[in-house]
Design a protein. Sequence first.
Length: 569
Amino acid sequence: MLDGMDRAPARAMLRGIGLTEEDLQQPLIGVANTWTEVMPCNYHLRRLAERVKAGIRAAGGTPIEFNTIAVSDGITMGTEGMKASLISREVVADSIELVTRGHAFDGLVALSGCDKTIPGTVMALLRCDVPGLMLYGGSIAPGKFQGRDVTIQDVFEAVGACAAGRMSPAELHELEAVACPGPGACGGQFTANTMATAFEAVGISPMGANDVPAMHAKKDEAAFAAGRLVMDLVARGLTPRRIITRQAIENGIMMVAATGGSTNGVLHLLAIAREAGVALSIDDFDAISRRTPLLADMKPWGHYVATDLYEAGGVRLIARRLLEAGRLHPQPMTVSGRTIGEEARLAKERRGQRVVRPATDPLQASGGLVVLRGNLAPEGCVAKITGHEPTEYRGPARIFNCEEDAFDAVQRRRIARGDVIVIRYEGPKGGPGMREMLGVTAALVGQGLGGDVALLTDGRFSGATRGLMIGHIAPEAACGGPIGLLRDGDLVRIHVAARRLHVELPAAELARRRRSWRAPAPRYASGVMAKYALLVGSASEGAVTGPWPRGRASGRAGRSRRRATRRRI
């Protein structure tokens, strides 16, 4: 890009931004920033970017910062804007890839914050495969309300409690004012912290860097160290595809399972595997979760937040527990130059901490991720089971064709104990964008119904969701999936131990209904939403966009799609 007489115009342009002769002779390192003013999760990333750039300069490189987009899950939740969230993951990855390829950077540091920026940045690192790493901006501190720690989860649940008369509007307003006390991503083991945790275990983030809270003094130190570290990666020629192997991804899945993390981890790690050229299926998550103990007592279902985990010993402590239990693959290399096993052995545990349990005394013997199949989910679906949910359930279906109708029914107290709420046409293609359902699920919990109803959707859930909630149902309704054939009153049976999700209807009746089913008209006829709906694949394969083999994106033929995946890999 810069060498030789014919590249004088390029060098002239870069001199225009103040680069010197010395700067131009050093490796150019892209600093991909997802800074935005629209949310606390990414608000502080400008500050961290400056420290990353200082570290790059100190190690003999020339940093070039550029920005990409971010969409706030918490702010858009429950609105049409939430459809932009998952779509933004693809835009983040695409935009970083384009800038990096276009300018031939020698290395790359990607700064992430809110949920979709985390996998989006790692997808881009894999596509470009230049020496690089991802640094997460860190968790928000917990708010304080009536003498207890609170997170944004508490605000969502308070909306339902207020509608049910269990909390006053004044108390809700008081909680709203204190729940988010400053910059940083949502404080429980929700999607952002889940993915940041997973990527330390995968090895693409420096161990011990992501779990430093956003406004902790050591976060600036971690950012500076990340800048220096990328120069070491450049010198060694160590690229993301050499780090993110099958075993490394399995370590990431174990970390999601061991912390009771977000079901979004399934979508995102499937997408990462695809970018890495690693064969991975939705069923692998269930198999790995079955043999991974649940070790971290984290919100939304547990007692502690991400800052508590950091003080207890952090992600490295969980990795050591998994290593001691013979679960963690110790061999994969990390960006630090040490293996993940070597990193885990460096863990320091705070005396008396109660956040991370010993491997010999787990919260439960298996992790939180469960994949079910049956005549309602031939390609699979995902639930988070942490020991607080019923494991067998049978009830009549209550059908809603969009999230708003379901939320309205909840707020009007029209959901009965024993119901199976079905929210459909919210999948990757049908939404489009596969909205999270936290507004509905949190309102149910706030009304005291969290343990007395089940919810099924071809959409997805926030990491803050709790209860018997089953998402990612595939094929989705918009592609002719069986969830689109359900009617009010159909009896649905959930059997977690058997990994079954079933409607009590004969195959002949489902076939009869299918013959009369018609696909709904697309919700968007133009723009990015329409383009995404045209290109996106099944949730069972990560809801990633094409290119696909002919017929691949329809979501109808699960078996042929899986064969196509293996051929492509």
